[in-house]
Design a binder for this molecule. Structure first.
Ligand SMILES: [Zn+2]
Length: 88
């Protein structure tokens, strides 16, 4: 049985900051599945070592998959139609 740890988007603030080098929790994501627009701080986050799965709080579609290991990042944004954020 796989225990999932469900968190909110603030849990990936540090991880996204490593990738985008700026504060991303206030960024807006548009779900490719249902079109819902949510702040990154509001999305559902599931931690599965070594990866992180981010789901839409409206329809539970996967918005992002992020894997970090061996000195590399893999960022799958196929479930995010649009990512909007303010310049630093
Ligand atoms: Zn959705």
């Amino acid at each position: 049985m796989i225990e999932e740890m469900k968190l909110d988007g603030n849990a990936i603030g540090g991880l996204l900051r490593e990738i985008f080098t700026m504060e991303m929790t206030a960024a807006q994501t548009t779900c490719a599945g249902c079109g819902a627009v949510n702040a990154v701080g509001r999305v559902d986050v599931y931690l599965h070592a070594p990866g992180t799965v981010v789901r839409c709080p409206e329809c539970e579609s996967v918005l992002m998959r992020i894997v970090h290991g061996s000195g590399r990042y893999w960022v799958d944004l196929s479930g995010t139609r649009l990512l909007e954020f303010a310049e630093a």
